[in-house]
Design a protein. Structure first.
Length: 358
């Protein structure tokens, strides 16, 4: 089968990573695949090269109209049997380009966030009616779309993320320590509530609890980053909070931390939490539907109020108070859950079943 995977870019991001993993999965199953990006950012180019994936792209300086036209030409030239696109703008471009191309290519578009914006969503999902199917990795977004856009009810389904569980081998750690290393992995932006996590670290420091927060992520939001850095300086947290920048070796990151903390206001199906699960890491996360799907409070992690630094600090403290035996049990529970949840063969079978139905 000939499949074109269309994405916005190869820039750092969960959706970008997921569509590349999906392309790799189909390639390994013997399909003819190509990844096509409508910009030329290249963070994941090493992934493309390492997996020998056919790849082409447009240029950043090109206008929106030109990108649509060039995407139309790409569809006409390649004439794939199936197009799979992720994220709103790439999916919008793909829907319009496929209509202009007059090809009968089947189009599957993927929603990758639980964020809700009623006015923009009305425009977007009206356009998505021209796609053959919509996949979502957010339970709350699935419910939102089916309730608000009834014409999509019969062509939408939940598809979880792809996680390479062999890559994230179980981490054997010592669970008797007086010093806890907390890890944050993700973009540094307001919806991630990183400031509240830093404030939780301050609270723990005032209680003379020995913790250190390592922050790995994209620092492109300069204003928000500056606000956090100012708070760190004013409260003398330079030793407790360290910015580590972007890492191309996330496995090593998970080996360096004791607990993974992600307290976003909204997420799709979080790659970071999923990878932490596969790594046997305890998870401290926000009280939203997607995260509760992965984390059962006090069983394999802690669900906290992301808007309350005191509650975040309490979640961290509660984990630290557990015995080493309970911590080890939690790690094993997470690994076992990941092995069951992220079976690539099941996901591939579901995608093939969907494509055959279309």
């Amino acid at each position: 089968m000939k499949i074109l995977f269309l994405t916005g870019s190869l820039n750092q991001g969960g959706a970008e990573y997921q569509i590349l993993e999906l392309a790799k999965l189909f390639k390994n199953k013997g399909h003819e695949i190509e990844v096509f990006a409508i910009t030329d950012y290249s963070f994941y180019k090493t992934f493309i090269d390492a997996n020998n994936i056919k790849y082409s792209h447009l240029l950043n300086h090109q206008s929106k109209v030109k990108r649509i036209w060039l995407t139309t030409k790409k569809i006409r030239k390649e004439n794939p049997e199936v197009i799979i696109s992720y994220l709103k703008v790439p999916s919008q471009v793909t829907v319009v380009a496929r209509l202009l191309s007059r090809r009968k290519t089947k189009l599957i578009v993927g929603e990758r966030t639980s964020d809700v914006r009623p006015l923009l969503d009305k425009i977007h999902f009206t356009l998505m009616r021209f796609a053959n199917f919509v996949t979502v990795n957010s339970i709350s977004k699935l419910n939102y779309i089916t309730n608000r856009f009834p014409k999509l009810r019969n062509k939408i389904a939940f598809f979880p993320n792809i996680i390479d569980i062999e890559k994230f081998n179980f981490i054997h750690k010592k669970y008797t320590y007086q010093f806890l290393t907390i890890g944050f992995v993700g973009r540094i932006s307001p919806e991630k509530n990183l400031m509240n996590l830093v404030k939780a670290v301050q609270i723990l420091k005032c209680k003379e609890t020995n913790v250190q927060l390592l922050i790995y992520g994209d620092t492109r939001n300069a204003e928000y980053l500056n606000t956090i850095e100012t708070f760190i300086k004013e409260n003398r947290l330079e030793d407790e909070v360290l910015f580590k920048g972007i890492s191309n070796n996330v496995v090593q990151v998970y080996k360096e931390i004791d607990v993974l903390c992600l307290i976003s206001d909204y997420e799709g199906f979080s790659n970071v939490l999923s990878e932490g699960l596969a790594s046997g890491l305890p998870l401290i996360t926000s009280d939203i539907a997607e995260n509760r799907f992965l984390v059962e409070n006090k069983e394999n992690g802690y669900v906290v109020n992301q808007k309350d630094p005191e509650d975040i600090a309490k979640g961290i403290e509660d984990y630290m108070k557990l015995t080493s035996e309970v911590k080890l049990k939690m790690a094993k529970t997470n690994r076992a859950k990941a092995e069951k949840m992220f079976d690539k063969e099941i996901l591939y079978t579901n995608y093939i079943g969907l494509i055959n139905t279309l």
